[in-house]
Design a protein around this ligand. Structure first.
Ligand SMILES: Nc1ncnc2c1ncn2[C@@H]1O[C@H](COP(=O)(O)OP(=O)(O)O)[C@@H](O)[C@H]1O
Ligand SMILES: [Mg+2]
Length: 505
């Protein structure tokens, strides 16, 4: 094989942040090369340098043996480098073919020959088994189809090297399989792929070699056949991490949460829950799987009193709490780790102690009548900071100065220290690094082992399978089925996530 690309000692500084420090990346022609690293490791930055979006602070890019300075995406495309970003750059109101040719023609040509372009596009999509109607409106395409369109668009412009930035983040399992087939087809036709990911399974299954980035530095490059997930995790995090979670079998108690025929309306005035039923017992973790936007947010909001229930019931600890106020519901010993910690979980301009007291300042022992007992409040804050290993200079530090992982630990600590019967955790590790993720996961399982009922909503199947006892799949406001997490079949889950029903177990 020959070297296609050599990035040497690339540094990229943003004000106050060294996003890339002496990064080295060598890509061989025809390979699938993983760029693996945790959130914030510098993967996107390095690829944005290659794609001409950022000028490197220092370092060299050697492309097909020549030193190049890539000053814009247009220059990158002319060299044969294409990139599919995490957030697609398509115009929804235009047709597929208009998106493909957009920006490709100079002012000389007053009109675009869309029909010819569409023919060329169709040939290309046939060749790579990605069938997309060139005349369809992009806004009507599924997320998977939009991704394929982005890939085809890059190929149409002559990309030899295709950079895919976290391409599976938006896909359901079936679509991931399809994407992998496309990637194999691409390399068999002589293309080269850089596959950005933080998911070890995917890297092991689709990539030939992997370069690990950690805290802005390239740590090493190895062949996937010579390594395993454990080693990759260690390289990525910089210490030993356990990927497995040993769980004792659940000791089930009373029914803590029961949701009966629940209906509610979403912010657009459309029915978000369509007669949803669920039961959750003490001592178990019930996972809710599903593509974002299938009613998960509304379900949680309806349970905790943040959204009006239009039909059906929410029963917590045998009390009907339907349409009670959030405070009345939280007083039923409900802990809530909200989906968006910045919107609902924490108050960024306030300090840690205030954040910890946010939901319980009005209760004993922290207050009596109109008096706040500050010594008790401080004691509790210090206890949580210690127990949850929160990295902060002091309990008076402002929340906004903490890292995302530590902010999330504050929310977790606050909600768990309320000693809830029911703990609702929505996307509890979204955006966290492996270390913080491991910590949050262990605490959730600990809650279950201590006899609490945990409702875990997540978009990550691996997380759900590792933590849950049962997994319910939501699709368009309904439960498609409930499966035992011990003998779960990913394909079956994937089918339910796209609307196929299963008989509940
Ligand atoms: N445009 C930017 N301005 C300032 N800081 C940035 C910018 N882009 C990325 N960063 C910072 O650089 C670091 C690496 O980010 P990124 O390359 O996006 O990581 P990854 O893609 O591996 O998650 C992070 O600390 C991030 O906050
Ligand atoms: Mg990124």
């Amino acid at each position: 094989m020959s070297v296609l690309l050599d990035m040497k000692n690339i540094c990229k500084n943003f004000t106050g942040v060294k996003a890339n420090k002496d990064c080295n990346l060598q890509i061989e022609k025809g390979e699938v090369h993983a760029l693996l690293g945790e959130n914030g490791a510098g993967k996107s930055t390095l690829m944005n340098v290659l794609y001409g979006l950022y000028a490197p602070s220092s370092g060299d890019v050697i492309w097909k043996g020549q030193k190049v300075e890539i000053k814009s995406p247009k220059a990158a495309i002319e060299l044969g480098i294409g990139m599919v970003h995490q957030h697609f750059m398509l115009i929804p109101a235009l047709s597929v073919i208009e998106n493909v040719v957009l920006g490709m023609h100079s002012g000389k040509k007053a009109y675009l020959d869309l029909k010819n372009a569409a023919e060329k596009f169709e040939k290309l999509s046939e060749k790579y088994n990605m069938h997309i109607d060139p005349w369809a409106e992009v806004g009507q395409l599924s997320v998977g189809q939009q991704q394929r369109l982005e890939i085809l668009k890059a190929l149409y412009r002559g990309a030899d090297l295709l950079i895919l930035d976290e391409p599976t983040a938006v896909l359901v399992p079936q679509e991931v399989d399809e994407l992998f087939q496309i990637i194999r087809k691409l390399t068999s036709e002589g293309h080269t792929v850089i596959f950005i990911s933080h998911k070890l399974n995917e890297v092991m299954s689709i990539c030939d070699r992997v370069t690990v980035l950690r805290l802005g530095e390239s740590i090493t490059t190895i062949e996937t056949k010579d390594t395993d997930k454990e080693e990759l995790a260690r390289l990525m995090v910089g210490r030993e991490v356990s990927l497995m979670m040993d769980k004792i079998s659940p000791k089930l108690g009373n029914v803590v949460l029961e949701v009966k025929n629940l209906e509610c309306i979403n912010n657009k005035g459309i029915k978000a829950l369509k007669g949803l039923n669920l039961k959750l017992q003490a001592g178990e973790i019930l996972g809710i799987a599903g593509v974002d936007g299938n009613g998960q947010s509304e379900l949680v909001e309806a349970i905790v009193g943040l959204r009006k229930v239009t039909n059906g019931q929410v029963i917590i600890n045998s009390h009907d709490v339907t349409n009670k106020s959030p405070r009345e519901i939280l007083d039923e010993k409900v802990g809530h780790i909200p989906e968006d910690r910045h919107k609902r979980g924490v108050a960024l301009p306030m300090n840690l102690t205030e954040n910890i007291m946010l939901m319980s300042y009005y209760k004993e022992p922290y207050s009596k009548g109109i008096r706040l007992h500050w010594n008790k409040i401080y004691e509790n804050a210090e206890k949580i900071i210690e127990q949850f290993q929160i990295k902060t200079p002091s309990k008076d530090e402002l929340m906004k100065n903490l890292s995302g992982g530590n902010q999330q630990k504050i929310v977790l600590g606050r909600e768990i220290s309320k000693d809830p019967n029911l703990l609702i955790a929505m996307h509890p590790v979204r955006g966290l690094d492996i270390g913080a993720t491991e910590y949050v996961h262990e605490r959730l399982v600990e809650q279950r082992d201590q006899g609490r009922a945990v409702l875990l909503i997540s978009g990550e199947l691996e997380e759900l399978i590792t933590l849950s006892d049962r997994i319910a799949v939501m699709y368009e406001g309904e439960i498609m089925g409930i499966v035992d997490a011990k003998d779960v079949n990913i394909q079956e889950l994937g089918l339910m996530m796209t609307g196929a029903k299963k008989n509940a177990v």
